[in-house]
Design a binder for this molecule. Structure first.
Ligand code: DGY
Length: 325
């Protein structure tokens, strides 16, 4: 029997591509050309190939027009990401196309990235690194680049899902006090002593450091705005490794420039890969290029998740384990 055609939008780890090519007529993207930013191009290639499945990724444009234009042959879109804000799930559902993602396997790596940013912001690591590289370091000095410790600080986690809870576990090792804000309070076995807030203002006014782990989409657009930033304590720190659009960049840049917010660490941006130029001239912000899940181990595990879902739908005729739509 002919292998199902699988359209792969991005270059993937070698072992994942090999496994995809073993079981599918895989149309790979060895040069990692970023044609999938154009939804019409995804649909064109899927039609040309007669794709049964599409293995896409964060940043691809599976909007309503793309999904409408996909050929009848497409049964599943599996995204190499936990986030699904780049996919119009309702449009896929209306076409009977299954959508799956890669939950759980990236929670620790993404929490590690948030923790990296938290340390970089608190300990001025980006500034220090830039100083050394620029040949401007003149030697140790008692008052040079003094940051703040994380020990004993109140960490406020916005979105206490799997990633937020992994971050909390790490932060306990730094003797931080954990606070969280979410739609609902979690059971004690998941809270592990974290303090729940049912109100944004009280949450923001209480914490020393905010780490954001909310999904993208209209519901969270510009959640961290000028009003909420003003509610935060003088000298607080902001970290975002969730989705860029949930921060009002102009408001955060103003708060960083005035010093009301001591420092920030960002891994995600509105309209990636563009970065608001206001951040680039500020010393008190650490900027990473969406590295959240970028470990060898995690990217391998994410690839396996995609294949599990494809196999279920295209090879075994079963419900996929990680269906989101
Ligand atoms: C995700 O999985 O949603 C990440 O943001 C991409 O690494």
């Amino acid at each position: 029997m002919a292998k199902p055609v699988l359209l792969v939008t991005r270059k993937l780890p070698e072992a994942i591509e090999a496994r995809a090519a073993r079981d599918y007529d895989a149309r790979l993207n060895p040069q990692d050309a970023h044609w999938a930013v154009d939804g019409a191009e995804i649909a064109r290639r899927a039609t040309e190939a007669g794709a049964a499945g599409i293995l896409g990724a964060a940043g691809d444009r599976f909007d309503a027009a793309c999904i409408k234009a996909l050929p009848e042959s497409v049964k599943i879109i599996t995204t190499f990401s936990v986030g699904t804000d780049h996919i119009d799930i309702a449009a896929a559902r209306a076409r009977g196309i299954v959508v799956t993602n890669t939950p759980e396997v990236l929670s620790f790596a993404t929490a590690e990235c948030a923790f990296t940013l938290m340390l970089m912001a608190a300990r001025r690591a980006g500034e220090g690194e830039r100083m050394v590289r620029a040949g401007k370091w003149e030697g140790w000095a008692p008052t040079q680049l003094m940051g703040v410790t994380l020990e004993g600080k109140k960490l406020g986690i916005l979105g206490f899902g799997r990633i937020g809870r992994e971050l909390a576990a790490m932060a306990r090792g730094f003797r931080m006090e954990i606070h969280y804000r979410d739609i609902n309070r979690l059971p004690p076995e998941l809270e592990q002593g974290a303090i729940y807030h049912d109100d944004d203002d009280r949450f923001l006014a209480t914490i020393d450091i905010l780490s954001m782990h909310v999904p993208g989409g209209e519901g969270t657009r510009k959640w961290l705005n000028a009003k909420r930033l003003a509610t935060m304590q003088q000298g607080a720190i902001v970290v975002n490794s969730g989705r860029g659009p949930s921060v009002d960049d102009e408001a955060l840049i103003a708060a960083l420039a005035s010093g009301h917010i001591r420092a920030a660490g960002l891994d995600v941006y509105d309209n990636e890969p563009k970065v608001n130029p206001g951040y680039l001239t500020l010393e008190n912000v650490a900027l990473l290029p969406h590295l959240g899940s970028a470990t060898i181990e995690t990217r391998h595990a994410m690839g396996l998740r995609c294949l599990e879902n494809l196999d279920a739908v295209l090879l075994q005729g079963k419900a996929p384990p990680h269906r989101v739509g």
